[in-house]
Design a protein around this ligand. Sequence first.
Ligand SMILES: NC(=O)c1ccc[n+]([C@@H]2O[C@H](COP(=O)([O-])OP(=O)(O)OC[C@H]3O[C@@H](n4cnc5c(N)ncnc54)[C@H](OP(=O)(O)O)[C@@H]3O)[C@@H](O)[C@H]2O)c1
Length: 314
Amino acid sequence: MMRAAVIDTCGLPPLVSERPEPATGPGEVRVHVTAASITPLDLLCASGTSYFGAPATPYVPGVQGVGVLDDGTPVWFATSAGMRPGDGSMAEWAVAAHGDIVPLPEGVDHRLVAALGLSAVAALMALTWRGDLRAGEQVLVLGGGGVVGQAAIQLARLHGASRVVAECRSDAAQRRAERAGASAVVRLDEPCFDERLAEQGPIDLVVDPVFGAPAVSAMHVLRPGGRLVNLGSSAGESAPFDSATLRGKHLSLLGYTNTELTKEQRADAVAVIAEHVRGGRLTLDYETVAFADIADAWTRQATGKADRRLVVVL
Ligand SMILES: NC(=O)c1ccc[n+]([C@@H]2O[C@H](COP(=O)([O-])OP(=O)(O)OC[C@H]3O[C@@H](n4cnc5c(N)ncnc54)[C@H](OP(=O)(O)O)[C@@H]3O)[C@@H](O)[C@H]2O)c1
């Protein structure tokens, strides 16, 4: 038997209970889990309101995690928990398909890799693949205090940006964006936001996990031919762009989702992130919580009472 976090009812947090250790099927391996983050996707799926539909219960949540294989190899892994039938990473043992496992460098910080996970993959690929970041460009990162935002600030610098401006809306988020290396921070919660943002332009590429009003403001500071890559909607599901700005400056408005990545692209991105972590070039403000406290941690993350990403350690 093993300890597992189990969602019995959609909309309620998982509770720790005893379950049989999972058996592997063809093409699968088992992972002794060391760390798993509670992400917006986990919360959305477990709420029962995601576009994947309400998951069958009971199930173990966790769309990603870090752990070790039976032979001691450290790995990052992905699961479809909450999106398709099956269990996820928030248990002592998890099962993942071979194609969903990425070996990690020896000695890498499991908790930090778990905290960054697919949010950092999204930041990296939105910058370098969808956004086609070129050396010397100026980047604006919206939501610069979030996990995607902090990763995007650091990764933009590491992948050639000459200057990275961040948008935030609180003192805590500003501190996180500054620690991540933002050259300047513009506060959404202060007067004259648009004017302050305009002073930072022109911008070549915007990484946008928030959409809504901040994305509209960001479009106005793009240089002619600039790109905005949207990957989330924390600030709003819609954004009223005007045609004159879009066509007049020949701008590109692009969408990004991790689900469009091939498994090879995702594995390559995780490997890049893990190397940056091992080299001390990529970090994140996160909090670890004991597995026994997962119900409380889940509720804090879901209700916004946690002001940073929570990582469950096993
Ligand atoms: N497309 C993909 O493949 C992909 C992958 C990963 C994540 N995402 C999405 O990206 C978004 C951010 O993810 P994350 O991991 O960075 O989450 P997070 O750490 O919880 O960060 C949320 C961010 O949204 C900002 N925010 C929240 N409400 C806002 C509002 N009303 N107005 C302006 N800003 C607001 C927060 O700003 P403060 O810090 O200033 O409070 C923070 O920067 C989520 O929607 C997530 O689903 C998409």
